[in-house]
Every structure is written in C-alpha cells, then in structure tokens.
Write a protein that binds this ligand. Structure first.
Ligand SMILES: [Fe+2]
Ligand SMILES: [Fe+2]
Length: 303
C-alpha cells in the first residue's frame, strides 16, 4: 500500500466513520425501543441437560455464579447471531445468491438452537435462563454499495471473521470441559460454527477471481472497520484475567488471558493469511485496525 493509497484509504475511512457515527446516533433512539426480554426457560427444559453433584463438586458459590453469568452471556450472543444471519439471508437473496441465502436461513435455526443449549446449561447450574437483551443496533445494510458488495462485506465480517474466531474459542472450551454432557453440547455447537465459517470462505473463494481492483480496494477499506469491530467485540467478551479454578474452567468459565491469545493467534495465523490468499490486503487492514484500537485505548484519547 503506497502513501497515496494510504491517504485515499484514510479519507474513505473517515467518511465511513462519519456515516457510522450518524447511523449510531439514529440507532441510539431506535435501539431503546427494540430492547426486549429473552426467556428460554421452556426451551432449556426441553433440552433437559443435567449435571450431576459429582460433576459440580469443587464448584464454590462464586465459581457457580460466574459460570451462570458466562453461559447466560453465551445464550444472549447466540440469540443475537440468529438475527444477524436472518439479515444476511435477505442480503444474499438480493445479491442473487439464492443457495447461499438458503444456507444463511438454516444458520438462523442453528443459532437459535445454540441459544437454547446455552440456556440449558444455565438452568443445569441453577440459574434462570432469561435476560434483558442489550441494545441491538441494526445489522449494517451498506446502502452505499451494490447488493453483492454489501453482502460480501457482511459475509467477511460475520463468517470469515466472527464465526472463524468462534470455532477456535468454542473448540478450546470443548476440550477444557469436564462433564461429558457439556463436552458433547459444545461439540454440537462447534460443528455448526465450522459450517457457518466455511460458508463465508466458500463464497469468498467463488467471488474472489471476479473482483475488480476497485472493489477489492473498497473491501480492503471495509476490512479495517470489520477487524476493529471484531477486536472490540471479542475483548469485551473475553475477561482480562487468568484461568479460574480448575473446577470453574471444567464447567465453561474460560481462562480469559488464554482465550485472548487464542483469539489473536486465530486472526493472525488463520484469518489474515486466508483473506490474503484471496487477494485482499488483510495484512494492511489488520495493522490499520490495530492502530485504530491502540489510538482509541490510549490515555491521550480519553476525554
Ligand atoms: Fe452459534
Ligand atoms: Fe454461528
């Protein structure tokens, strides 16, 4: 990326940032009206997961509450993912990709089922599988792009980035799980997440040879924002603390520092080279996203 391109990219990014800020301002008002209560108690009972007293031995009250909070957070994340794929389904249909749209529709069902499985763990731990949903901004429609480019942006962000990271993190949790029923439940989820990630990589593989240089450059710019958002989202969900007690880790409370390392390794060793292999400047986008993240978290940027 030469200096001129850097400047052009920065200018485009600034425009995108402004457009984003304007959208967020609207969403702040709209989001308040969309907040809702999620209650999966009935679904959790239908899953019917039980964890034996022996399997929960060594789990003190603090660790049990921490595990309940962890699984309730996952329940919410999975529920929110269903909504993301519902939006992607419409976007792929508009982009003339009916087969991919049908695949996205199946993923809506997968994510709802994942939310129910997580709810069952909350219930098995003695918690209530219910929560107030956080404010949910609309999934970006990318009205500034044609339907295929708009869909490609979301496929990159959702499948190639978020779902690929989910595969690595959830598989690590599966390997750390103590009770066999919990390991089986996590194996079911990770098998679906593998398909969710692969669908995006396949679509990119199919489209990449036909992407012109201008579209490729615009996707490179978009990747900066997508990577920055990914880091912000993942670090918000991965606590900056070391491994909890072995009993808590066996029940799904992750080693936050280990999970953060795995996240960065997945981005740098799997996602960036994968995107680069399809002709996108993922190396440059990842570096630019990290500069944005560092600037945002620097003390000098505090109000
Ligand atoms: Fe999921
Ligand atoms: Fe998924």
């Amino acid at each position: 990326m030469n200096a001129n391109l850097d400047l052009a990219g920065a200018a485009r990014r600034a425009q995108l940032d402004l457009a984003d800020a304007a959208r967020r301002a609207h969403l702040d008002l709209a989001g308040a009206a969309r907040r809702a209560h999620l209650d999966l108690a009935g679904a959790a009972r239908r899953v019917g997961l039980t964890l034996t007293t022996a399997e929960l031995a060594g789990l003190d009250d603090h660790a049990r509450l921490s595990a309940i909070a962890t699984w309730r957070g996952r329940m919410i994340n999975e529920h929110v993912s269903a909504r993301v794929f519902a939006s992607l389904e419409r976007q792929l249909a508009r982009a003339g990709r009916p087969t991919d749209a049908r695949a996205a529709a199946r993923m809506v069902g997968d994510e709802h089922r994942h939310a129910e499985l997580c709810a069952a763990v909350v219930e098995a731990l003695g918690g209530a599988p219910a929560a107030e949903l956080p404010e949910l901004p609309a999934v970006p429609e990318h009205a500034d792009a044609d339907p295929l480019e708009a869909a490609l942006r979301n496929v990159l962000s959702i499948s190639c980035l978020s779902e690929t990271v989910a595969v690595a993190l959830i598989d690590a949790e599966r390997r750390a799980a103590g009770p066999p029923a919990l390991a089986t439940l996590l194996a079911q989820i990770v098998a679906d997440e593998v398909q969710h990630a692969r669908s995006g990589w396949r679509l990119l593989e199919d489209c990449a040879p036909r992407l012109g240089p201008d579209l490729r450059a615009r996707l490179d710019d978009y990747l900066v924002l997508a990577f920055a958002h990914l880091v912000e989202h993942e670090l918000a969900h991965l606590p900056a603390r070391p491994a909890p007690s072995p009993a808590a880790e066996a029940i799904g409370v992750c080693d936050g520092l280990g999970a953060r390392q795995l996240f960065f390794a997945t981005v740098e060793q799997i996602i960036v080279p994968g995107l680069q292999a399809h002709g996108l400047d993922a190396v440059g986008a990842w570096r630019a996203a990290q500069r944005i993240g560092a600037a945002a978290s620097s003390p000098a940027s505090a109000p």
